[in-house]
Design a protein around this ligand. Structure first.
Ligand code: GDP
Length: 438
Protein backbone atom coordinates (compact mmCIF):
# COMPACT_ATOMS: atom_id res chain seq x y z
CA UNK A 1 0.00 0.00 0.00
CA UNK A 2 1.14 3.53 -0.79
CA UNK A 3 4.27 2.21 -2.52
CA UNK A 4 4.36 4.90 -5.19
CA UNK A 5 3.78 7.77 -2.81
CA UNK A 6 6.34 6.44 -0.34
CA UNK A 7 8.83 6.06 -3.13
CA UNK A 8 8.37 9.55 -4.46
CA UNK A 9 8.37 11.22 -1.06
CA UNK A 10 11.51 9.37 -0.12
CA UNK A 11 13.17 10.50 -3.31
CA UNK A 12 12.04 14.07 -2.69
CA UNK A 13 13.56 14.28 0.78
CA UNK A 14 16.61 12.12 0.11
CA UNK A 15 18.76 15.01 -1.06
CA UNK A 16 17.80 17.07 1.97
CA UNK A 17 18.50 14.22 4.39
CA UNK A 18 22.05 13.85 3.16
CA UNK A 19 22.90 17.51 3.51
CA UNK A 20 24.40 19.36 6.40
CA UNK A 21 23.18 22.67 5.12
CA UNK A 22 19.98 23.38 3.29
CA UNK A 23 19.40 26.28 0.98
CA UNK A 24 16.23 28.09 -0.06
CA UNK A 25 16.57 26.58 -3.46
CA UNK A 26 16.62 22.94 -2.48
CA UNK A 27 13.81 23.44 0.03
CA UNK A 28 11.65 24.96 -2.69
CA UNK A 29 12.34 22.15 -5.11
CA UNK A 30 11.73 19.50 -2.45
CA UNK A 31 8.40 21.08 -1.58
CA UNK A 32 7.45 21.06 -5.23
CA UNK A 33 8.32 17.38 -5.50
CA UNK A 34 6.33 16.56 -2.36
CA UNK A 35 3.33 18.32 -3.89
CA UNK A 36 3.72 16.40 -7.13
CA UNK A 37 4.01 13.11 -5.22
CA UNK A 38 0.74 13.84 -3.41
CA UNK A 39 -1.03 14.69 -6.63
CA UNK A 40 0.26 11.53 -8.30
CA UNK A 41 -1.22 9.62 -5.37
CA UNK A 42 -4.60 11.04 -6.42
CA UNK A 43 -4.78 13.79 -3.81
CA UNK A 44 -6.65 16.75 -5.16
CA UNK A 45 -4.58 19.77 -6.19
CA UNK A 46 -5.95 22.17 -3.62
CA UNK A 47 -5.39 19.76 -0.74
CA UNK A 48 -1.85 19.01 -1.94
CA UNK A 49 -1.14 22.71 -2.20
CA UNK A 50 -2.50 23.49 1.27
CA UNK A 51 -0.39 20.74 2.79
CA UNK A 52 2.82 21.78 1.14
CA UNK A 53 2.19 25.47 1.92
CA UNK A 54 1.92 24.55 5.59
CA UNK A 55 5.06 22.44 5.37
CA UNK A 56 6.89 25.46 3.98
CA UNK A 57 5.59 27.76 6.73
CA UNK A 58 6.54 25.32 9.45
CA UNK A 59 9.97 24.83 7.92
CA UNK A 60 10.58 28.56 8.14
CA UNK A 61 9.07 28.81 11.62
CA UNK A 62 11.18 26.04 13.02
CA UNK A 63 14.30 27.30 11.34
CA UNK A 64 14.91 24.12 9.41
CA UNK A 65 17.81 25.75 7.58
CA UNK A 66 19.93 26.05 10.68
CA UNK A 67 18.73 22.93 12.50
CA UNK A 68 21.28 20.32 13.56
CA UNK A 69 19.69 17.71 11.31
CA UNK A 70 17.70 19.73 8.82
CA UNK A 71 16.64 16.79 6.65
CA UNK A 72 15.24 14.86 9.62
CA UNK A 73 13.36 17.88 10.87
CA UNK A 74 11.90 18.47 7.44
CA UNK A 75 10.66 14.88 7.22
CA UNK A 76 9.16 15.26 10.69
CA UNK A 77 7.24 18.31 9.51
CA UNK A 78 5.87 16.43 6.51
CA UNK A 79 4.92 13.57 8.81
CA UNK A 80 2.99 15.97 11.06
CA UNK A 81 1.17 17.53 8.14
CA UNK A 82 0.17 14.17 6.65
CA UNK A 83 -1.08 13.12 10.10
CA UNK A 84 -3.19 16.27 10.30
CA UNK A 85 -4.48 15.71 6.78
CA UNK A 86 -5.69 12.25 7.71
CA UNK A 87 -7.47 13.46 10.82
CA UNK A 88 -4.89 13.84 13.59
CA UNK A 89 -5.94 11.47 16.34
CA UNK A 90 -7.35 7.97 15.96
CA UNK A 91 -11.12 8.05 16.55
CA UNK A 92 -12.99 5.54 18.60
CA UNK A 93 -16.22 3.74 17.78
CA UNK A 94 -19.33 4.53 19.78
CA UNK A 95 -20.64 1.29 21.23
CA UNK A 96 -23.15 2.71 23.69
CA UNK A 97 -26.52 1.06 24.13
CA UNK A 98 -27.64 -2.40 24.96
CA UNK A 99 -27.26 -3.71 22.49
CA UNK A 100 -25.07 -1.19 20.67
CA UNK A 101 -26.13 -0.94 17.04
CA UNK A 102 -23.65 -0.44 14.24
CA UNK A 103 -24.96 0.24 10.76
CA UNK A 104 -22.72 -0.58 7.80
CA UNK A 105 -23.39 1.24 4.53
CA UNK A 106 -21.68 1.56 1.16
CA UNK A 107 -21.81 0.56 -2.48
CA UNK A 108 -22.02 -3.04 -3.60
CA UNK A 109 -18.57 -4.58 -3.90
CA UNK A 110 -16.99 -2.00 -1.60
CA UNK A 111 -16.27 -4.70 0.96
CA UNK A 112 -19.17 -4.14 3.37
CA UNK A 113 -19.90 -7.77 4.06
CA UNK A 114 -16.24 -8.68 4.42
CA UNK A 115 -15.74 -5.76 6.78
CA UNK A 116 -18.84 -6.70 8.82
CA UNK A 117 -17.24 -10.12 9.36
CA UNK A 118 -13.85 -8.64 10.24
CA UNK A 119 -15.37 -6.12 12.60
CA UNK A 120 -17.40 -8.84 14.34
CA UNK A 121 -14.25 -10.92 14.65
CA UNK A 122 -12.34 -7.94 16.07
CA UNK A 123 -15.01 -7.22 18.68
CA UNK A 124 -15.45 -10.89 19.54
CA UNK A 125 -11.76 -11.03 20.44
CA UNK A 126 -12.48 -8.29 22.98
CA UNK A 127 -14.97 -10.62 24.60
CA UNK A 128 -18.19 -9.11 23.24
CA UNK A 129 -21.28 -11.00 22.18
CA UNK A 130 -22.06 -10.09 18.60
CA UNK A 131 -25.01 -10.57 16.28
CA UNK A 132 -24.46 -10.02 12.56
CA UNK A 133 -27.54 -9.06 10.58
CA UNK A 134 -27.97 -9.65 6.85
CA UNK A 135 -30.21 -6.85 5.62
CA UNK A 136 -29.64 -7.26 1.89
CA UNK A 137 -33.10 -8.12 0.58
CA UNK A 138 -32.04 -8.11 -3.08
CA UNK A 139 -29.16 -10.53 -3.27
CA UNK A 140 -29.67 -13.93 -1.59
CA UNK A 141 -25.96 -14.54 -2.18
CA UNK A 142 -25.16 -11.67 0.18
CA UNK A 143 -27.01 -13.45 2.99
CA UNK A 144 -25.15 -16.68 2.33
CA UNK A 145 -21.84 -14.79 2.23
CA UNK A 146 -22.45 -13.33 5.68
CA UNK A 147 -23.56 -16.71 7.02
CA UNK A 148 -20.35 -18.32 5.76
CA UNK A 149 -18.25 -15.60 7.39
CA UNK A 150 -20.24 -15.88 10.62
CA UNK A 151 -19.60 -19.60 10.73
CA UNK A 152 -15.89 -19.07 10.07
CA UNK A 153 -15.45 -16.65 12.98
CA UNK A 154 -18.00 -18.24 15.29
CA UNK A 155 -20.50 -15.35 15.37
CA UNK A 156 -24.29 -15.75 15.02
CA UNK A 157 -25.93 -14.36 11.89
CA UNK A 158 -29.53 -13.19 11.75
CA UNK A 159 -31.36 -13.36 8.41
CA UNK A 160 -34.91 -13.57 7.07
CA UNK A 161 -34.50 -14.67 3.45
CA UNK A 162 -38.25 -14.43 2.76
CA UNK A 163 -38.76 -10.98 4.24
CA UNK A 164 -38.53 -8.14 1.71
CA UNK A 165 -38.65 -5.31 4.21
CA UNK A 166 -35.15 -4.38 5.37
CA UNK A 167 -36.43 -2.14 8.17
CA UNK A 168 -38.44 -4.91 9.81
CA UNK A 169 -35.53 -7.35 9.47
CA UNK A 170 -33.33 -4.88 11.34
CA UNK A 171 -35.95 -4.38 14.05
CA UNK A 172 -36.58 -8.11 14.45
CA UNK A 173 -32.84 -8.69 14.65
CA UNK A 174 -32.49 -6.24 17.51
CA UNK A 175 -35.29 -7.93 19.44
CA UNK A 176 -33.59 -11.25 18.77
CA UNK A 177 -30.24 -9.86 19.97
CA UNK A 178 -31.84 -8.66 23.22
CA UNK A 179 -33.39 -12.04 23.88
CA UNK A 180 -30.03 -13.72 23.31
CA UNK A 181 -28.08 -11.27 25.48
CA UNK A 182 -25.92 -9.89 22.66
CA UNK A 183 -23.96 -6.66 23.32
CA UNK A 184 -23.48 -5.51 19.75
CA UNK A 185 -25.59 -5.77 16.61
CA UNK A 186 -23.83 -5.20 13.28
CA UNK A 187 -26.24 -4.53 10.42
CA UNK A 188 -24.89 -5.20 6.94
CA UNK A 189 -27.12 -3.30 4.50
CA UNK A 190 -27.73 -3.75 0.77
CA UNK A 191 -25.55 -1.87 -1.68
CA UNK A 192 -25.90 -0.93 -5.33
CA UNK A 193 -23.29 -0.58 -8.00
CA UNK A 194 -23.82 3.16 -8.02
CA UNK A 195 -25.52 5.63 -5.71
CA UNK A 196 -29.25 5.18 -6.20
CA UNK A 197 -32.31 6.74 -4.60
CA UNK A 198 -34.09 3.53 -3.53
CA UNK A 199 -30.97 2.27 -1.75
CA UNK A 200 -30.35 5.60 -0.02
CA UNK A 201 -33.93 5.80 1.15
CA UNK A 202 -33.76 2.26 2.49
CA UNK A 203 -30.61 2.88 4.53
CA UNK A 204 -32.06 6.16 5.77
CA UNK A 205 -35.19 4.31 6.90
CA UNK A 206 -33.15 1.68 8.72
CA UNK A 207 -31.21 4.45 10.41
CA UNK A 208 -34.43 6.15 11.55
CA UNK A 209 -35.94 2.88 12.80
CA UNK A 210 -32.99 1.57 14.80
CA UNK A 211 -31.04 4.74 15.78
CA UNK A 212 -27.55 3.25 15.51
CA UNK A 213 -24.85 4.36 17.91
CA UNK A 214 -22.39 4.20 15.05
CA UNK A 215 -22.79 4.37 11.27
CA UNK A 216 -19.77 3.28 9.29
CA UNK A 217 -19.41 4.02 5.62
CA UNK A 218 -17.35 1.43 3.74
CA UNK A 219 -15.48 2.44 0.61
CA UNK A 220 -13.10 0.76 -1.81
CA UNK A 221 -9.85 2.76 -1.78
CA UNK A 222 -8.97 1.53 -5.24
CA UNK A 223 -11.70 3.72 -6.71
CA UNK A 224 -9.57 6.80 -5.93
CA UNK A 225 -11.34 10.14 -6.32
CA UNK A 226 -14.65 8.31 -6.89
CA UNK A 227 -14.31 6.98 -3.35
CA UNK A 228 -14.19 10.54 -2.09
CA UNK A 229 -17.24 11.57 -4.14
CA UNK A 230 -19.29 8.57 -3.01
CA UNK A 231 -18.36 9.36 0.58
CA UNK A 232 -19.66 12.89 0.09
CA UNK A 233 -23.03 11.67 -1.22
CA UNK A 234 -23.50 9.09 1.52
CA UNK A 235 -22.54 11.61 4.16
CA UNK A 236 -25.11 14.12 2.95
CA UNK A 237 -27.83 11.51 3.33
CA UNK A 238 -26.70 9.51 6.32
CA UNK A 239 -24.42 11.82 8.28
CA UNK A 240 -22.25 8.81 9.09
CA UNK A 241 -19.73 8.67 11.94
CA UNK A 242 -16.71 7.17 10.30
CA UNK A 243 -15.16 5.71 7.19
CA UNK A 244 -13.76 2.25 6.58
CA UNK A 245 -11.26 2.15 3.74
CA UNK A 246 -11.02 -1.28 2.15
CA UNK A 247 -8.63 -2.92 -0.28
CA UNK A 248 -5.70 -0.77 0.78
CA UNK A 249 -3.60 -3.85 0.07
CA UNK A 250 -4.27 -3.29 -3.61
CA UNK A 251 -4.10 0.48 -3.72
CA UNK A 252 -0.60 1.69 -4.37
CA UNK A 253 -1.68 5.32 -4.60
CA UNK A 254 -3.66 5.86 -1.42
CA UNK A 255 -5.23 9.17 -2.44
CA UNK A 256 -8.56 8.28 -0.84
CA UNK A 257 -6.94 7.83 2.57
CA UNK A 258 -5.30 11.20 2.22
CA UNK A 259 -8.25 13.22 0.96
CA UNK A 260 -11.40 11.77 2.51
CA UNK A 261 -11.13 13.49 5.89
CA UNK A 262 -10.47 16.80 4.23
CA UNK A 263 -13.49 16.52 1.91
CA UNK A 264 -16.21 15.01 4.13
CA UNK A 265 -14.80 15.97 7.51
CA UNK A 266 -15.42 12.50 8.93
CA UNK A 267 -12.57 10.39 10.24
CA UNK A 268 -11.31 7.13 8.80
CA UNK A 269 -11.73 4.60 11.59
CA UNK A 270 -10.57 1.31 10.10
CA UNK A 271 -8.51 0.13 7.18
CA UNK A 272 -8.94 -3.24 5.59
CA UNK A 273 -5.98 -4.82 3.87
CA UNK A 274 -7.02 -8.21 2.57
CA UNK A 275 -9.61 -10.90 2.46
CA UNK A 276 -8.53 -12.67 5.65
CA UNK A 277 -10.68 -12.01 8.70
CA UNK A 278 -7.64 -10.71 10.60
CA UNK A 279 -6.63 -8.15 7.95
CA UNK A 280 -8.21 -5.19 9.71
CA UNK A 281 -6.46 -2.32 11.48
CA UNK A 282 -7.68 0.60 13.52
CA UNK A 283 -6.69 3.69 11.57
CA UNK A 284 -4.02 5.81 13.27
CA UNK A 285 -3.21 8.86 11.15
CA UNK A 286 0.23 9.30 12.71
CA UNK A 287 1.23 5.70 12.17
CA UNK A 288 -0.03 5.82 8.61
CA UNK A 289 1.93 9.00 7.94
CA UNK A 290 5.08 7.33 9.27
CA UNK A 291 4.40 4.37 7.08
CA UNK A 292 3.97 6.53 4.00
CA UNK A 293 7.30 8.17 4.73
CA UNK A 294 8.98 4.77 5.01
CA UNK A 295 9.37 5.08 8.77
CA UNK A 296 7.45 1.81 9.29
CA UNK A 297 4.62 1.00 11.64
CA UNK A 298 5.88 -1.45 14.20
CA UNK A 299 3.06 -0.74 16.64
CA UNK A 300 0.37 -1.91 14.23
CA UNK A 301 2.48 -4.94 13.40
CA UNK A 302 2.66 -5.91 17.06
CA UNK A 303 -1.07 -5.34 17.47
CA UNK A 304 -1.80 -7.61 14.52
CA UNK A 305 0.42 -10.26 16.08
CA UNK A 306 -1.37 -9.97 19.41
CA UNK A 307 -4.73 -10.43 17.71
CA UNK A 308 -3.62 -13.41 15.63
CA UNK A 309 -1.64 -15.26 18.27
CA UNK A 310 -3.46 -17.45 20.64
CA UNK A 311 -2.23 -16.42 24.08
CA UNK A 312 -2.10 -19.91 25.57
CA UNK A 313 -0.36 -21.20 22.50
CA UNK A 314 2.18 -18.35 22.70
CA UNK A 315 2.89 -19.21 26.36
CA UNK A 316 3.30 -22.86 25.52
CA UNK A 317 5.76 -22.08 22.70
CA UNK A 318 7.65 -19.68 24.88
CA UNK A 319 8.05 -22.32 27.56
CA UNK A 320 9.28 -24.84 25.02
CA UNK A 321 11.80 -22.34 23.71
CA UNK A 322 13.09 -21.71 27.21
CA UNK A 323 13.47 -25.41 27.81
CA UNK A 324 15.15 -25.98 24.45
CA UNK A 325 12.32 -28.27 23.44
CA UNK A 326 11.11 -26.24 20.47
CA UNK A 327 10.59 -28.71 17.61
CA UNK A 328 9.38 -28.73 14.01
CA UNK A 329 5.75 -29.17 15.12
CA UNK A 330 6.04 -25.90 17.01
CA UNK A 331 7.69 -24.30 14.03
CA UNK A 332 4.72 -25.32 11.88
CA UNK A 333 2.27 -23.88 14.44
CA UNK A 334 4.18 -20.62 14.38
CA UNK A 335 4.08 -20.44 10.60
CA UNK A 336 0.33 -20.96 10.69
CA UNK A 337 -0.11 -18.16 13.20
CA UNK A 338 2.03 -15.78 11.16
CA UNK A 339 -0.06 -16.54 8.09
CA UNK A 340 -3.20 -15.69 10.03
CA UNK A 341 -1.87 -12.16 10.46
CA UNK A 342 -2.45 -11.44 6.78
CA UNK A 343 -0.41 -10.85 3.71
CA UNK A 344 3.32 -11.30 4.40
CA UNK A 345 4.47 -8.57 2.04
CA UNK A 346 2.08 -6.13 3.60
CA UNK A 347 3.27 -7.09 7.08
CA UNK A 348 6.91 -6.70 6.14
CA UNK A 349 6.09 -3.27 4.79
CA UNK A 350 5.26 -2.21 8.35
CA UNK A 351 8.89 -2.72 9.38
CA UNK A 352 10.84 0.56 9.21
CA UNK A 353 13.00 0.82 6.11
CA UNK A 354 11.81 -2.47 4.66
CA UNK A 355 8.75 -1.27 2.72
CA UNK A 356 10.47 0.31 -0.24
CA UNK A 357 13.08 -2.43 -0.50
CA UNK A 358 10.67 -5.31 -0.91
CA UNK A 359 8.23 -3.65 -3.24
CA UNK A 360 9.54 -5.44 -6.34
CA UNK A 361 10.13 -8.78 -4.65
CA UNK A 362 7.75 -11.59 -5.22
CA UNK A 363 6.90 -12.55 -1.66
CA UNK A 364 3.59 -14.16 -0.93
CA UNK A 365 2.07 -16.40 1.67
CA UNK A 366 2.71 -19.22 -0.80
CA UNK A 367 6.43 -18.87 -0.06
CA UNK A 368 5.75 -20.93 3.07
CA UNK A 369 4.15 -23.77 1.16
CA UNK A 370 7.26 -25.89 0.47
CA UNK A 371 8.34 -25.53 4.11
CA UNK A 372 4.96 -26.64 5.35
CA UNK A 373 4.86 -29.51 2.85
CA UNK A 374 8.29 -30.71 4.00
CA UNK A 375 7.35 -30.67 7.69
CA UNK A 376 4.02 -32.35 6.96
CA UNK A 377 5.83 -35.16 5.12
CA UNK A 378 7.82 -35.99 8.26
CA UNK A 379 6.72 -38.55 10.82
CA UNK A 380 5.79 -37.26 14.31
CA UNK A 381 9.08 -38.64 15.61
CA UNK A 382 11.07 -36.81 12.94
CA UNK A 383 9.34 -33.54 13.72
CA UNK A 384 10.18 -33.93 17.39
CA UNK A 385 13.75 -35.03 16.84
CA UNK A 386 14.99 -33.72 13.49
CA UNK A 387 18.45 -35.15 14.31
CA UNK A 388 17.28 -38.62 13.33
CA UNK A 389 16.63 -37.51 9.76
CA UNK A 390 19.33 -39.28 7.76
CA UNK A 391 19.91 -39.54 4.02
CA UNK A 392 17.21 -42.07 3.26
CA UNK A 393 14.64 -40.24 5.36
CA UNK A 394 15.50 -37.01 3.56
CA UNK A 395 14.92 -38.72 0.25
CA UNK A 396 11.51 -39.96 1.41
CA UNK A 397 10.52 -36.55 2.78
CA UNK A 398 11.55 -34.75 -0.42
CA UNK A 399 9.56 -37.20 -2.53
CA UNK A 400 6.54 -36.98 -0.22
CA UNK A 401 6.48 -33.19 -0.23
CA UNK A 402 7.29 -32.75 -3.90
CA UNK A 403 10.49 -30.87 -3.11
CA UNK A 404 14.22 -31.42 -3.60
CA UNK A 405 16.59 -32.94 -1.03
CA UNK A 406 18.43 -29.61 -1.10
CA UNK A 407 15.28 -27.84 0.16
CA UNK A 408 14.89 -30.39 2.97
CA UNK A 409 18.55 -29.87 3.88
CA UNK A 410 18.14 -26.10 3.89
CA UNK A 411 15.11 -26.24 6.14
CA UNK A 412 16.87 -28.56 8.61
CA UNK A 413 19.95 -26.36 8.60
CA UNK A 414 17.94 -23.21 9.23
CA UNK A 415 15.95 -24.89 11.95
CA UNK A 416 19.18 -26.03 13.57
CA UNK A 417 20.59 -22.50 13.46
CA UNK A 418 17.38 -21.15 14.92
CA UNK A 419 17.55 -23.64 17.76
CA UNK A 420 21.14 -22.90 18.60
CA UNK A 421 20.32 -19.20 18.61
CA UNK A 422 17.43 -19.83 21.02
CA UNK A 423 19.77 -21.84 23.19
CA UNK A 424 22.28 -18.98 23.34
CA UNK A 425 19.56 -16.51 24.24
CA UNK A 426 18.39 -18.85 26.99
CA UNK A 427 21.90 -19.20 28.38
CA UNK A 428 22.39 -15.45 28.34
CA UNK A 429 19.12 -14.97 30.15
CA UNK A 430 19.99 -17.46 32.83
CA UNK A 431 23.46 -16.00 33.34
CA UNK A 432 21.85 -12.60 33.67
CA UNK A 433 23.42 -11.01 30.62
CA UNK A 434 20.10 -10.12 29.14
CA UNK A 435 18.02 -9.37 32.18
CA UNK A 436 16.33 -6.46 30.48
CA UNK A 437 14.93 -8.80 27.83
CA UNK A 438 13.01 -10.92 30.29
P1 GDP B 1 -20.04 -5.86 -0.44
O1 GDP B 1 -20.78 -6.08 -1.71
O2 GDP B 1 -19.87 -4.40 -0.14
O3 GDP B 1 -20.62 -6.60 0.72
O4 GDP B 1 -18.55 -6.38 -0.69
P2 GDP B 1 -17.86 -7.75 -0.29
O5 GDP B 1 -17.58 -7.79 1.16
O6 GDP B 1 -18.63 -8.88 -0.87
O7 GDP B 1 -16.45 -7.57 -1.05
C1 GDP B 1 -16.34 -7.52 -2.45
C2 GDP B 1 -15.06 -8.23 -2.88
O8 GDP B 1 -13.92 -7.56 -2.39
C3 GDP B 1 -14.96 -9.64 -2.34
O9 GDP B 1 -14.41 -10.45 -3.33
C4 GDP B 1 -14.05 -9.52 -1.14
O10 GDP B 1 -13.36 -10.70 -0.89
C5 GDP B 1 -13.11 -8.41 -1.59
N1 GDP B 1 -12.56 -7.62 -0.47
C6 GDP B 1 -13.20 -7.06 0.57
N2 GDP B 1 -12.34 -6.37 1.36
C7 GDP B 1 -11.11 -6.50 0.81
C8 GDP B 1 -9.80 -6.00 1.15
O11 GDP B 1 -9.56 -5.29 2.12
N3 GDP B 1 -8.79 -6.36 0.30
C9 GDP B 1 -8.99 -7.13 -0.80
N4 GDP B 1 -7.94 -7.42 -1.56
N5 GDP B 1 -10.20 -7.61 -1.14
C10 GDP B 1 -11.24 -7.30 -0.36
Amino acid sequence: MFENLSDKLNKAVKTLKGQGRISDINIASTIKEVRRALMDADVNYKVAKDVTDRVREKAIDRKVMIAVEPGQLFVKIIQEELTELMGGQAQSINLKGSPAIVLIAGLQGSGKTTFSGKFANYLKKQGRQILLVACDIYRPAAITQLQVLGEQIGVDVYAEPENKDAVSIAQNAIAHAKSKGKNIVIIDTAGRLAVDEVMMKEVENIKKAVTPSEILFVVDSMTGQDAVNTAKTFNERLDFDGVVLTKLDGDARGGAALSIKNVVNKPIKFISTGEKMEALDVFYPDRMASRILGMGDVISLVERAQQAFDEDEAKRLNKKMRENKFDLNDFLTQLEQIKKMGNIKDLMGMIPGVGSQIKDLDISNDSFKPIEAIIRSMTPKEREKPDIIDGSRKKRIAAGSGTQILQVNNLLKQFDQMRSMMKKVNQMQTTGKMKSFK
